[in-house]
Design a protein. Structure first.
Length: 140
């Protein structure tokens, strides 16, 4: 009889490396993006190339965790989601459909979905919408 595989923790310290996976990757991306945006607005400081690379890497990790991709060794790899893609912003209606909630409720979640008002309309980070939808499916 084989023991059941143990799910690794979402945050691990391996020597001088930090490994972040699963929902923790989406949360790290959300917090890092909010921090970068806050510093740019408040202090006028633009993020360095290293910080932007970290932000992009966290975003890809969040996307891959939503898609169920566990290991990516090919630098040319493109994660495929159900219909939301990296770097794409979605409107309130599409986010509501994905999350199975009302449009008003989506607007209340703007802070965790990186909601931004562009030309008078709310848009949300598709990676965070997908991650929130996955979190909600998992908690049911």
């Amino acid at each position: 009889m084989h023991p059941e595989p143990v799910e690794p923790p979402e945050i691990m310290l391996l020597g001088d490396c930090v490994v972040i996976r699963g929902q923790a990757a989406a949360e790290a991306y959300r917090l890092l993006a909010a921090g970068v945006q806050q510093v740019e607005r408040r202090d006028g400081i633009t993020a360095s190339g290293r910080v932007n690379y970290l932000l992009g890497t966290c975003k890809r990790a969040a996307q891959m965790s939503v898609c169920g991709v566990a290991d990516v060794r090919n630098p040319g790899f493109q994660a495929e989601s159900s219909h939301l893609e990296i770097g794409v912003r979605v409107g309130t209606r599409e986010a509501a459909v994905e999350l199975k909630i009302s449009e008003e409720h989506v607007r209340r979640l703007a802070s965790i979905l990186d909601g931004r008002k562009l030309r008078g309309r709310w848009t949300y980070d598709s990676v965070l919408v997908e991650a929130e939808a996955e979190r909600r499916r998992g908690s049911q």
